[in-house]
Every structure is written in structure tokens, then in C-alpha cells.
Write a protein that binds this ligand. Structure first.
Ligand code: NAP
Length: 498
């Protein structure tokens, strides 16, 4: 396993072999902290390559789906052991292709590996149910069966963990896979393919095709052999894909954007809240679906909280995530940096008060990367763009509420529903928020970020469509249930009760 460099040309992983793209076109992958550094050239594949990957997945399905679950799980366990040995290498690749700091990159890799470890064990546990029948001497049970070859389409912001949290459950469920990683971050997906190949995954069970989402995505959406599509990314692309795939009656799960609030009530531990908000808003450069993008605060604590947040944000060291002491990396590319700066300009024009940051960093240390200063706006009014639309950058909006009740109303006043948090010492207030918050995941006295292999992950409202990911639910998505009636009376039954 090696991190690709410079002009090294990579291929697609199809049918158990590295295959050059039919297009003969490649895109360079570059380090967003220093665009002079290349991490190899990756196939800019076209429809023919996507079809070849589906051919391979369809061919491998009969063999893989009839492989006993524990045996499938053991291959995942071997891939886990291989990747665990290579954690530092994978973390470095991740840091250099996506930009998050090395400590966070390592955290992401370990989280992906927890998920792989969890699903390796799931090979022993593909639960159906036994249930009583209305009829005598009849055994009723359900079986979980893999849906078929599946397509997994992933974003750039978690280039190791998200491909892993889709691939591992699909494989253990008995599905074969075509994985299309984001064009900006193909390196980790290649490392995953290499690990599974080394672990003994049969040819064609996992296929990785890189290239533009449109050309490849359309093939994956339309090919009748693809029986489920799991997508994580933007709402715009996700909903378009949903309509296309749903038109042929196939399962879809979508995990999309967020606008996640942290409520800080007057009785909160202010230091704890500040740490949680800084981690949630500026960790991974704010490029997390679970990032804290709003702090909603009540009057007594607001001045202290605001002052401390600004002080912490100003002190954050921004730079190349491979450097010791750096606390925040760059935006992933020029396009994301532009989006961040446009959101900042828009917030100013809407009357929000800029407290810190707001500009691109361009000192010698920053001149070759896409660095933005950690940014905080105060007095962000409900209904404005910064209060309602995802930025996906290190930009925090502070909003003010009269009391806890209004804070909850403001927190819920967005289309998205991924995650939220509340800082308070009052368990009654915390439980009221647990009851009222319109989100799929909720924290009390913790940042909005994070997920664990054994816990369902995902959002509601405009964020999520379909089954939650990770945990048992994550694997269930890749199966259908068959209900069986087994009559053991041994005699001819004259009437059925219905
Ligand atoms: P994106 O632009 O929607 O891209 C996501 C994936 O879809 C990429 O692989 C992309 O390929 C592909 N794609 C593009 N056009 C397509 C099409 N027509 N058909 C099928 N696939 C297509 O999202 P992103 O910018 O990579 O990721 C950021 C977004 O992801 C944010 O909104 C964030 O909130 C969301 N996200 C959500 C979660 C969650 O769990 N809720 C987790 C992480 C991220 P190319 O790269 O080739 O364009």
C-alpha cells in the first residue's frame, strides 16, 4: 500500500484487476494545503467504465451472495487487520488529499475501521425473526437476503469513513458493489480496494470507478442490475438521483446537508460549550455534514459565550494539516473556498455582524492552499441565508433567543434535520429539547459531531431519505426480507383461515 504521488497514473478497480479508463482521460488529485503537491492522476472514466463495473458486480453476485455470512465477515476482518497496520499511511493520504489535519484524519480512519470491525462481526448476525402463525403446526420466519449489486456514491469530506460505512455493510449483507468516490478525493477509496483485494475478496465483489458524477452516476442510476443506491452528498445532486432511481422502483438512501444548531442556555458550563462549539464549527474546517453552523444562545450567557468563542477562534492555527500544532486545514478546493467567501459576503449584506475572520489567508505559509480564517458572525437573523443554508466551511452564525423555548424554535427553523446539541445543567430543559428537536441525532453537553459504528447515523427532514446508516440498520438497507410459512401438519389442510 502506497500513497500515489506526482504523475503516477492510477486505474479503475474492476473485476479484480486494475483497468485503464476507456476514455484515456485522467484528473490530477492535488493537496488543497499546497496545490503544488500531486497525489497521482485518477481515471476520468465514462459510461463504458461504469457499465464494465456493473457487469463485474453482476457476474460476482451469485457467488458472493451464496457465501456464508461468517465467511464474508472473515474477509472484512482480514481487511480490518490490513488497514489497522496501515493507519498512519492512510491517515497521511487522507490529510493530503482532503486537507483535514492529521489528528482528525487519523480519527476518521479509526472510525472507519471501527465500522469495518463492527460489520465483520455482523456476518454472524443477520437476524430474521420467528413469529407465531394463525395456523396450527406452521412455522413462520423471515429471512434477510441481499438485494443484488448496489451502487455507492460518496462525497469528498470523509473520503475514508463514508466509503467504508457504505461498503462494509453492503459486502457483509452479501451484495456486490460499485463504489464511485468523489472526484476530488479518490485516494482513500483506492486504498480501501487494495486492502479488500489483499484480504481475499473475490474478483468483481467490490469495484471502484472514479470520474465525473454525472456520466457515471447516470449509468449507476439507470442500470436495471443495480438494486439499491446509497448516496451521501449535496441535496441538489441527491434529490435528482433519487427521482431517477425511484422511477425504476429501486431502494435509495440519501444522506445530505445540515445546518446544525447548538443551544447554549444561561445555566450552561460556558467553557464546555465554547470547546464543543469550536470543535464542531471549525474542526475539519467546518466541512462536515454534522458541523456546528449555528450557536443559539439566551441573554445572560450570550456576552460571555460570544467573547470566549471569538477569542478561541482568533487563536486557532490554520495551515497544512501535516504540520505539528496546526488546528485547522484548508477548504477542499478553489470552488469550496469561493462558496465560503460568497456566503460571508452575503451574510454581511444581510446585516449580520462579522466578529472575526471573513477573509482568505494569504501569508507565505498559506499562499499555495485554500485557507480561510475561522469566521464568526453575530446577530444572524432567522430566515437569512446564513441562518438557513449550509455553507460547508468554517463559518459560525450566532443567533439570539429570549428564552429556552424560543431557542428551540430557532434551532428547528431550518429545512435540514441532521444533528443538534444543547448545553445546559437542567435535565428538564435537556429532555424538553430531546422531545422537540427536529433532527435525526442529538447531543446533550457535547458537540454536534460524531458517530459510532453500533449507533444508527442519519438525518430527517431535508437531510435524509431512507434507512439510517451504520449499525444494524445500515446493513438492513442492503437486504430485503422474505417471509416464510412452513406447514408441518403432514396432512392436507382443507381451508386456509383467510
Ligand atoms: P456532491 O457534489 O453532491 O457529490 C457527492 C457525490 O455525488 C460525488 O461522488 C459526486 O461526484 C457525485 N455526483 C455528482 N453528480 C452526480 C450525478 N448527477 N449523479 C450521481 N452522482 C453524482 O457533494 P459533495 O460536495 O461531494 O459533498 C458535500 C455535501 O455532502 C454536503 O452537502 C454535506 O452536507 C453532504 N454530506 C452529508 C453527510 C450526511 O451523512 N448527511 C455526510 C457527509 C457529507 P463528483 O465528485 O465527480 O462530482
Amino acid at each position: 500500500m502506497r500513497i500515489p504521488a506526482g504523475e503516477v497514473r492510477r486505474k479503475n478497480w474492476i473485476g479484480g484487476a486494475w483497468v485503464p479508463p476507456s476514455t484515456d482521460k485522467y484528473d490530477a488529485c492535488v493537496n488543497p494545503a499546497d496545490t503544488r503537491e500531486g497525489l497521482g492522476e485518477f481515471p476520468k472514466s465514462g459510461a463504458a467504465d461504469a457499465r464494465a463495473a456493473v457487469d463485474a458486480a453482476a457476474k460476482a453476485f451469485a457467488g458472493w451472495s451464496s457465501t456464508p455470512g461468517p465467511e464474508r465477515g472473515r474477509i472484512l476482518a482480514r481487511a480490518y487487520a490490513i488497514l489497522l497496520e496501515q493507519v498512519d499511511l492512510v491517515a497521511e493520504a487522507l490529510c493530503r488529499e482532503e486537507g483535514k489535519i492529521l489528528r482528525e484524519a487519523r480519527g476518521e480512519v479509526l472510525r472507519g475501521l471501527n465500522i469495518l470491525e463492527f460489520y465483520a462481526g455482523e456476518g454472524f448476525r443477520q437476524h430474521g425473526k420467528t413469529l407465531p402463525s394463525e395456523m396450527r403446526s406452521t412455522l413462520c420466519f423471515t429471512l434477510r437476503e441481499p438485494v443484488g449489486p448496489v451502487a455507492l456514491i460518496t462525497p469528498w469530506n470523509f473520503p475514508f469513513a463514508i466509503p467504508m460505512w457504505k461498503t462494509a455493510p453492503a459486502l457483509v449483507a452479501g451484495c456486490t458493489v460499485v463504489l464511485k468516490p468523489a472526484s476530488l478525493t479518490p485516494v482513500c477509496a483506492h486504498l480501501i480496494a487494495e486492502a479488500f483485494a489483499e484480504a481475499g475478496l473475490p474478483p468483481g465483489v467490490l469495484n471502484v470507478v472514479t470520474g465525473p458524477g454525472g456520466a457515471i452516476g447516470d449509468v449507476l442510476a439507470d442500470d436495471p442490475r443495480i438494486r439499491a443506491v446509497s448516496f451521501t452528498g449535496s441535496n441538489e445532486i441527491g434529490l435528482r438521483l433519487y427521482q431517477r432511481v425511484a422511477a425504476r422502483g429501486v431502494k435509495v438512501t440519501l444522506e445530505m446537508g445540515g445546518k446544525n444548531p447548538v443551544i447554549v442556555l444561561d445555566d450552561a458550563d460556558v467553557d464546555l460549550a465554547v470547546e464543543g462549539i469550536v470543535q464542531g464549527a471549525f474542526g475539519s474546517t467546518g466541512q462536515r455534514c454534522t458541523a456546528t453552523s449555528r450557536a443559539v444562545t439566551t441573554p445572560t450567557i450570550a456576552p460571555r459565550l460570544t467573547e470566549a468563542l471569538v477569542e478561541r477562534a482568533r487563536k486557532l492555527r490554520v495551515g497544512d494539516g501535516m504540520q505539528q500544532g496546526v488546528e485547522m486545514g484548508p477548504a477542499v478546493d478553489a470552488g469550496q473556498l469561493r462558496t465560503d467567501l460568497e456566503a460571508i459576503a452575503q451574510a454581511r449584506s444581510e446585516g449580520a455582524r462579522l466578529l472575526c475572520g471573513g477573509e482568505r489567508l494569504s501569508s507565505a505559509e498559506h499562499e499555495h492552499g485554500f485557507f480561510l480564517a475561522p469566521t464568526i458572525f453575530d446577530q444572524v437573523l432567522p430566515g437569512t441565508k446564513l441562518a438557513t443554508e449550509e455553507v460547508f466551511g468554517p463559518v459560525l452564525a450566532i443567533q439570539h433567543a429570549r428564552d429556552a423555548e424560543e431557542a428551540v424554535r430557532i434551532a428547528n427553523d431550518v429545512a435540514f434535520g441532521l444533528t443538534a446539541s444543547i448545553y445546559t445543567r437542567d435535565y428538564f430543559q435537556a429532555m424538553r429539547f430531546v422531545e422537540k428537536a427536529e433532527v435525526g441525532m442529538l447531543h446533550v453537553n457535547q458537540p454536534t459531531v460524531g458517530g459510532e459504528a453500533q449507533l444508527p447515523f442519519g438525518g430527517i427532514k431535508a437531510t435524509g431519505v431512507g434507512e439510517k446508516e451504520m449499525a444494524e440498520e445500515g446493513a438492513n438497507f442492503f437486504t430485503h426480507l422474505k417471509t416464510v410459512w412452513l406447514d408441518y401438519t403432514g396432512a392436507r389442510r382443507t381451508t386456509n383461515i383467510y
